[in-house]
Design a binder for this molecule. Structure first.
Ligand code: NAP
Ligand code: MG
Length: 478
């Protein structure tokens, strides 16, 4: 336990956020009074925050119709530089209102304010800036081809980076000239609803972006809708597979960004203290609710002991607690359901024979919490080495040679990301060539940039988001 005097509480003021009692669906630029509602809460305290809509099939259909009308009545035809203008406005407004959004994101999702403030918000704005720049350059981006928008994009996003995933989805869709119906995750709808204010402030034409809230049933309606030309989904592999089955033969375009079980690989020549920071950032960032989290640590055998010692020592300094405290490193688990999933997988690890370590830390009584956890003595066959936990839980394995590291790293149905730590550039390149992962970070981890494509292999999905690649799923070529 760090001494109590080390950090005094430094809570971020909440009053910058004004919550409405009840939110409807944002359809055709107007708030549609919802037929059914549910309560969204703060996972850190379980306090109710607002009533939000559970969209019915008719409400989803209304949103799709609004998007189609906006597409046909001008959005697909206006000068690309005009589209860019709206997107630059959205980006600037997000920057201006970033503190408000950061507080709301932490309140509704449980992530530490220093992450929503320093990562989610700047990156969300950066995505709009970046794709705004492409809007009037599409013909140069794809020379000798005539890129055309697809029409209405149906977009479904998860709860781990609510506003950032919205930006990843909406920015390329708009830059390419499409209109959008987006559903945020059931547990984190509020930043998407506040974003509707931004759209109005930016004077985006009505119906270009429509937001409907609700649980998986609302997602199913979006996927099934005949008015949707393209589906973009980020979430679990299981739901991704069901969407792919549903769309088979429909001609609708699909991109899937699914789960992961990434290897973070530490060679004996790596700068150990930096590597330990990278391990911590890789798995405890955002409570491990990260599809590309470095959840399997592969350590070269000769440095196993110093790495594990340093890591355990570092874990005792992580501050777990109030997401709105500026000193907090690890916030609340996003939902009761996710907490139960983590607990179940962690007990399977102990039962299968792995050794568990958790630093002493006092968890708040209310809300959903899980202490940062490390497993040693892990066999590749254990569930904690195979399944995505999506929580602050690290499994440590060892290797002797680079060949063995590659084999173990690729021994997973997933293939989203990987990390390599070594002072030797040639070794990093050798590894990167052989790792079956969409992203390979070298001597860093969890770095995101709108200019850089992101996406998976195998059960991690297909299609890329970010960069020039991220425009292709929203275009057809004549
Ligand atoms: P999920 O169920 O796949 O949710 C992702 C999104 O899809 C949410 O908006 C969800 O609505 C919606 N959805 C659920 N069922 C659907 C269906 N049949 N058709 C269309 N849309 C549907 O994932 P989750 O429940 O949030 O989390 C479960 C697991 O998924 C996690 O433990 C983690 O392993 C993985 N996950 C991966 C990522 C990633 O970035 N790759 C992100 C989040 C979760 P609801 O919010 O109502 O469920
Ligand atoms: Mg779900």
């Amino acid at each position: 336990m760090p001494s109590d005097w080390t950090y005094a509480p430094a809570p971020e003021a909440r009053d910058i956020v004004t919550l409405r009692e009840r939110y409807g669906h944002f359809v055709g630029g107007e708030w549609l009074e919802p037929k059914e509602t549910y309560t969204t809460i703060s996972p850190a305290t379980e306090e109710p925050l607002a009533e939000v809509g559970q969209a019915t099939p008719e409400e989803v259909a209304a949103a799709v119709t609004a998007a189609r009308t906006a597409f046909d009545n001008g959005w697909s035809e206006i000068a690309p530089s005009e589209r860019a203008k709206y997107m630059f406005r959205i980006a600037r407004i997000l920057q201006e209102r970033s503190r408000e959004f950061a507080v709301l994101e932490s309140l509704n999702g449980g992530k530490p304010i220093k992450e929503s403030r320093d990562v989610d918000l700047p990156l969300a704005a950066a995505h709009f800036f970046y794709y705004a720049g492409w809007a009037d350059k599409l013909e140069y981006a794809f020379p000798n081809q005539r890129p055309r928008p697809l029409g209405v994009a149906g977009q479904i996003i998860p709860w781990n980076f609510p506003l950032l995933m919205l930006a990843w989805k909406i920015a390329p869709a708009l830059a390419a000239g499409n209109t959008v119906v987006l559903k945020p995750a059931e547990t984190t709808p509020l930043s998407a609803l506040l974003f509707c204010d931004v759209l109005r402030q930016a004077e985006l034409p009505p119906g270009v972006v429509n937001i409907v809230t609700g649980d998986g049933r609302t997602g199913v309606e979006i996927v099934k809708s005949n008015g949707v030309d393209k589906v973009a989904f980020t979430g679990s592999t299981e739901v991704g597979k069901s969407i792919q089955r549903e769309l088979a033969g429909s001609g609708k375009k699909l991109t899937l960004e699914l789960g992961g079980k990434a290897a973070n690989i530490i060679f004996d020549d790596a700068a150990l203290d930096q590597a330990v920071e990278g391990i911590v950032n890789g798995i405890y960032f955002n409570q491990g609710h990260v599809c590309c989290a470095g959840s399997r640590l592969l350590v070269q055998e000769s440095i196993y002991e110093p790495v594990v010692d340093k890591l355990k020592r570092r874990l005792t300094t992580l501050r777990v607690g109030d997401p709105l405290d500026k000193n907090t490193d690890v916030g609340a688990i996003n939902s009761k359901q996710q907490l139960e999933k983590i607990q179940e997988l962690v007990s399977s690890g102990a039962e299968e024979g792995a050794e568990i370590y958790q630093p002493p830390c006092r968890l708040p009584e209310k809300g959903y919490w899980f202490a940062p956890t490390v497993f040693t003595n892990v066999a590749q066959s254990y569930r904690i080495a195979q399944e995505e936990i999506f929580g602050p839980v690290l499994s440590i394995l060892t290797f002797r040679t680079p060949e063995e590291a590659v084999e173990k790293a690729n021994n997973t149905p997933y293939g989203l990301s990987a990390g390599v730590w070594s002072e030797k550039g040639s070794r990093i390149l050798w590894m990167a060539e052989r790792l079956r992962a969409g992203v390979v970070w070298a001597n860093t981890y969890n770095r995101f940039d709108p200019t850089s494509p992101f996406g998976g292999y195998k059960e991690s999905g297909f299609g890329r988001e970010g960069g020039l690649h991220g425009l292709e799923p929203y275009l057809s070529f004549e």
